[in-house]
Ligand binder design. Structure first.
Ligand SMILES: [Fe+2]
Ligand SMILES: [Fe+2]
Length: 120
């Protein structure tokens, strides 16, 4: 039986996102780390969404809705400008848990769909 491989760009980008989330939990993390999380997650979500649209992925709307939720969380964090280390650590934990569920959940479904397509 042929083993399906993972999608390298998706795995690599998830890894980077988890690393940035770890940085946010550091006591000396500044606003630029949040800005980096904002920019990098946008880059990652946009690429996944590009594949969904290009492949006419049936669960595109739900998946984009999930990404939008994460976008909103980061957007309100940036607006808050909160630099309390304990708050940042709590945010990091919350977003990390969210991302783990997302990566092991609907991102896996998308990965399987892309792998089965011609566009991989
Ligand atoms: Fe996703
Ligand atoms: Fe993802």
């Amino acid at each position: 039986m042929k083993k399906t491989s993972a999608i390298l760009w998706q795995d690599a980008q998830h890894q980077v996102l988890f690393e940035i989330l770890d940085l946010i939990a550091q006591p000396d993390a500044g606003d630029e780390v949040l800005r980096h999380l904002h920019d990098y997650s946008e880059h990652h979500f946009a690429l996944e969404e590009h594949y969904m649209l290009a492949l006419d992925y049936p669960w595109t709307a739900d998946h984009i809705k999930a990404h939008d939720q994460f976008r909103e969380e980061i957007g309100s964090l940036l607006e808050l400008g909160e630099d309390d280390p304990a708050f940042r650590a709590a945010v990091s934990t919350f977003l990390t848990e969210w991302l783990k569920r997302h990566v092991l959940g609907i991102d896996k479904d998308l990965e399987a769909f892309i792998l089965a397509s011609e566009l991989k």
